[in-house]
Design a binder for this molecule. Structure first.
Ligand code: TYD
Length: 133
């Protein structure tokens, strides 16, 4: 089964332009408790490098592009987010890295839980141990 779960976000367009709506338990299969966005990322910076024990997320590049690498301990896959109509759904216990941010990249993430540092696994070896057990 692919690790890359892309949700095609319906674009509501009219003569004035485009609009995408994200609704909890509808467009995204969870209750949204938090949203954050990453922008102004400097050249050659990669981010992420962690997994979450209990967190579902939907990531959307609303401007520009970046590349996600997802890893479940058995396989690693890469996907380019280059459209505001592409949502990447990420479940628990998936190692994620973000690479190749364009200068104009604005990456918004909708999350199922509030921020909790204790939910992070930031060490890749720890992550591999925990997915095995
Ligand atoms: P982090 O999750 O490490 O960023 P990334 O995975 O994108 O590289 O978060 C960077 C910092 O921001 C860290 O100090 C925690 C803080 N932070 C919050 O306070 N709230 C949040 O919702 C998020 C995602 C991060």
């Amino acid at each position: 089964m692919s690790l890359i779960n892309l949700i095609e976000l319906p674009v509501l367009g009219d003569a004035r332009g485009s609009l995408v709506s994200i609704e909890a338990n509808n467009t995204v299969p969870f209750d949204i408790k938090r949203a954050y966005y990453i922008f102004n990322t400097k050249d050659n910076v990669a981010r992420g490098f962690h997994a979450h024990k209990n967190l579902k997320q939907l990531a959307v590049c609303v401007s520009g592009q970046c590349r996600f690498e997802l890893d479940n301990g058995l396989q690693r896959e890469s996907v380019l987010l280059d459209s505001p109509a592409k949502g990447l759904f990420i479940v628990d216990m998936v190692w994620r890295e973000m690479h190749d941010f364009s200068k104009d990249c604005v990456l918004i993430v909708f999350a199922s839980e509030h921020y909790d540092e204790a939910d992070y696994i930031r060490d890749y070896e720890d992550f591999l141990e925990q997915v095995k057990s």
